[in-house]
Design a protein around this ligand. Structure first.
Ligand SMILES: Cc1ncc(COP(=O)(O)O)c(C=O)c1O
Length: 486
């Protein structure tokens, strides 16, 4: 493919929402595909990867600053994981989980329970984040079904949340754009929402942090009362919100307050750590550092569990849930054919062994702070071109986002010609050999405005790689701004 064709595609890839049938046809002519892609174009094909670098079909090497979708937590090509997968495929590739268990699955579950310092007692193994959250919904319901509270059928989650892309996990999610085509199919009787915990946007100027938390706590309690407290199964939240609003942690005391409401009414406190868990926030569980150290009754993890070496997720349950199930039926009334797959479990087990001594989590914290400090300096510093628009740099661990805002009337005027700034920057970064994740619609609860870009590099990212990420990103942002000034 010619370089001009590549850059024409990259430019077009920034125009999400504007691509029409004729653009798609033109792209198909350049890149034929039989895959029903998730983009109107066929993305460039990756052919190999090592660490945070990925080589594409045209020979270019790009730096993946977001681990795909906050997945590749130790990068590509780690020798210990490669060896573990090879060893397992030589020994045993598949058994069906209702007939036979397998060694890596048993060991992985034990490692996950033992590393939780008593927070969890049992672990269900599934094949990804949405499956984990489906599993969470079902185990939570099963718990009340088994413990003679069949009237508990309702979940409360939050606006601007994301819990998965199956019909039921979308019903739980507050992601307006992803819900839109399916709204008519979603379950509005059993899934209800309260406000997000988004201080920078929704805390009132006259409120202290404590008062804001108390307002959110009261809102949850009011929702319990409105629904009928004994009909609620539980409250579900991402410990740190990922896709929808971008690396958004809750105010201090928020999770303690929300958990207290759940337990006051006998319901469950449930955390979705599919994106933020397994070390992404610098601690194995995000709630240890960003959730008031309040363990949930049930937790889902996925992305950092297998680090992209395998499709895997897990549902972790505490003693209350484990006893509720064990004392009655004694087993999880839920399952899939590939659950606890030996190869996936061997890969995840190897990833968790690499993370176990804490060295990479310490590096994640150090490099994450460095990334944030560079982003703040270069985007929000006194002479930064982007400063009038760089609304927030937020996150923790090695999970950071920059939110841009173009509503300040005193800022130099820009015109993106109806396109989304975040998506233009994402495409420009790719042209400049950097992968970042652009997202839109996280700045209001309707999901109609907002531009943010997410960084989630591998936990073993180096200082030099962090500097390169920031250099390319800031150059790309500034180029797009310069081209857009009126
Ligand atoms: C918080 C959260 N929950 C659930 C999911 C769904 O996971 P998957 O895409 O693996 O199905 C995601 C995916 O981004 C997520 O961020």
């Amino acid at each position: 493919m010619s370089p001009s064709a590549t850059s024409a595609i990259a430019a077009t890839e920034g125009i999400v929402g504007e691509t029409n049938a004729s653009t798609t046809k033109k792209l198909e002519a350049v890149r034929p595909t039989a895959i029903l892609h998730r983009t109107p174009w066929r993305p460039p094909v990756a052919v190999s990867g090592k660490g945070v670098y990925i080589t594409l079909e045209d020979g270019r090497t790009v730096l993946d600053a977001v681990g795909g979708a906050a997945v590749a937590c130790i990068g590509n090509g780690h020798p210990a994981i490669q060896q573990a997968i090879k060893d397992q495929v030589d020994k045993l590739s598949y058994v069906y989980n209702m007939q036979l268990s397998n060694e890596p699955a048993e060991e992985l579950a034990r490692v996950l329970i033992d590393s939780s310092k008593g927070a969890f007692e049992l672990c269900g193994l599934v094949s990804g984040g949405s499956e984990a959250m489906e599993g969470v919904i079902k185990i939570a319901r099963q718990y009340f079904f088994e413990t003679n509270q069949p009237q508990r059928t309702k979940f409360i989650s939050r606006q601007l949340s994301y819990h998965g892309n199956t019909v039921t996990t979308l019903s739980l999610s507050g992601h307006p754009a992803r819900r839109l085509p399916y709204e008519a199919l979603l379950d509005h009787d059993h899934f209800h929402q309260v406000s997000p915990a988004f201080a920078k946007r929704f805390q009132k100027p006259e409120e202290t942090e404590e008062q804001y938390v108390e307002r959110l706590r009261q809102e949850l309690e009011d929702k319990f009362i409105a629904l009928g407290p004994d009909t609620v199964i539980g409250f579900v939240a991402e410990t740190v919100v990922g896709a929808t609003t971008g690396c958004l942690a809750a105010p201090k005391g928020y999770f303690r307050a929300m958990k207290s409401v759940c337990h006051k009414y006998g319901a469950l406190f449930i955390l979705d750590e599919v994106m933020s868990g397994m070390g992404r926030m610098g601690t194995l569980h995000a709630w240890e550092s960003f959730g008031d150290n309040e363990a949930p009754d049930i937790e889902a993890v996925a992305k950092g569990l297998g680090g992209g070496y395998a499709s895997i997720g897990a549902v972790l349950v505490n003693k209350r849930i484990a006893d509720g199930i064990r004392d009655k039926n004694g087993f999880w009334k839920h399952g899939h054919t590939y659950q606890a797959h030996p190869l996936a479990c061997a890969a995840a087990l190897a990833v968790q062994k690499v993370l176990a001594d804490g060295t990479l989590l310490a590096n994640a914290r150090t490099q994450g702070e460095y990334l944030a400090s560079l982003l703040r300096k270069r985007l929000q510093g006194p002479n930064a071109l982007a400063a009038p628009y760089a609304f927030d740099v937020r996150g923790g661990g090695v999970f950071w986002a920059v939110e841009f805002d173009f509503t300040d009337p005193d800022a130099p005027h820009v015109d993106f010609k109806g396109r989304s700034f975040a998506m233009i920057v994402q495409a420009r970064c790719l042209e400049n050999n950097l992968i970042v994740m652009g997202m839109t619609g996280g700045a209001n609860v309707e999901g109609t405005v907002g531009d943010h870009l997410i960084f989630a590099p591998a936990y073993n990212v180096t200082k030099e790689e962090v500097e390169k990420i920031v250099d390319i990103f800031v150059d790309s942002v500034e180029d797009v701004l310069r081209e857009s000034f009126l």
